[in-house]
Design a protein. Sequence first.
Length: 585
Amino acid sequence: MEITRRLFVTLSAVASAGHLLGQGVAPRSVKPQAKPAPSGKPFDAHFVDVAAAAGLTAPVIYGRADSKDYILEATGCGCAFIDYDNDGWIDVFLLSGTKIEGAPPEATNRLYKNNRDGTFTDVTERAGLRYAGWAAGVCVGDYNNDGFEDLFCTYFGQNKLYRNNGDGTFTDVTKDAGLLNENPRWGAGCTFVDYNRDGHLDLFVSNYLQFDLKHVPKPGANSNCNWKGVPVECGPRGLPPAYHSLYRNNGDGTFTDVSREAGISELRESYGMTAVAADFNEDGWPDIYVACDSTPSLLLMNSGKGTFSEEGVLRGVALSEDGMEQAGMGVGIGDYDLDGHLDIFKTHFAEDTNGLYHNDGKGNFEDLTRSAKIGVETRYICWGAGMIDLDNDGLPDLFMTTGNVYPQIEKTLPQYANKGPRVVFRNLGNGTFEELIEEAGPGIAAAHCSRGCAFGDFDNDGDVDILIVNLSEPPSLLRNDMRGNHHWLKVKLIGTKSNRSAIGARVVVHYGTKKQAQEVLSQSSFYSSNDPRLHFGLGTETSADVEIRWPSGLQEKLRGISADQLLVVKEGAGIQPAAGWSKKS
């Protein structure tokens, strides 16, 4: 790889970073860009929070609401859109934490079944998913290829693999699958990924840091426990970093830890958070990107021979443009400029810009945050992230959730509120974005202390809705009440030779003069899992051509597909009935 001047500066910055110094969170302290004049273009997406009316009323417990003594209480958790019963209607899975002093009755993960009428029923008990602990991330995938999506959840303590039994229930098979930890670990991001392309989903898990309640300093104990002169919980800096794990699927319901052989266990200097598997250099082998808190983020490039090499700095996605470490939390993946390559959007801490990285198609990235006008917003601590077409105009937009980690600080510094709005950056189609809050509807402008979010179409009406985790209160379910006459196409893939979930499959949709690439992902956003049906806004186009590259290597092309439908494709068998799409189903 050519060593450019920018890369030389970045490498020099890494060499002198000293991430064990300074405050507990990477302090970049940049000023926001000047905000351009409003474009005046209408935005057809309009979000309304319908969680209460839909029956999503139980709070997400995660430590005390008014103050945090430990970082364990502050990081929060994710959520998932999952069609666990294969009826064609997306259900809701929400993670939860607990409290240091003990779990209250409402502290549990929750599964809500979609009633197909805009409401949900809590089926947690019947499904066997009630559990109280410090949950972090969730990833979805059919690890045993039986046709039903399974759940893997990360925790502080012990991660859990829940096998979907196909009858509305799940079984904790963590021990039988060989995934028990010898010692407690802080599981964070996770993603199912068929890294060796044998048709069985393997599992990558990032770990945040080493944490022991008995030995962690109290707020204000040192410089890592202080923010702007106010005593706060300690970390992540000042606490020992963790290491990450890769588990190979043996094809018989069990996994083998291959972290050492794959080169993963050598990575011991990062505070890993959200993990996303996608083929960034388009060589046919899935790579893994890990957003890291206050340490350089990781880009693990798949050699195709069972090993990975960490190349985040070399490829331009480890640090900010000026070579600074950032508090990487969430990750959105998509093709924002319609060049057929997967770009990265990463969320960060307050007084820092959220990062937009443009992919050249070979897995080399350029930080275009400022030129894309993303740098106009630096007020919030940001978490859940998405690169998704919210208004069906054919241009993927950006979305993020916000919320403080120091709820007590607003009493002293009211400009750092505990709760913040959601933020939309609408894609203007010229390489730049426009920040929208109130203009995108009351569900966007409402203030919450949020963490993970998932994107999907819960009411099967052809647009993208958003599920959001709010700490110490019920979740939000943002229904998209779309206006205008833009068209769309959804693509659901069923693997045969490839893994049944088709995770890692790449779809390129051609509409008019435009093309857009997406991949089926197991985790993105912040610790969350999206609707696996890929959503493409088509703007004014009424048909599209679809190209599919399956993980097995098979390539298929479908021409002249009509807009405004769910296209279901089975590997090697062509178009299938779109079960469940009609409300009469």
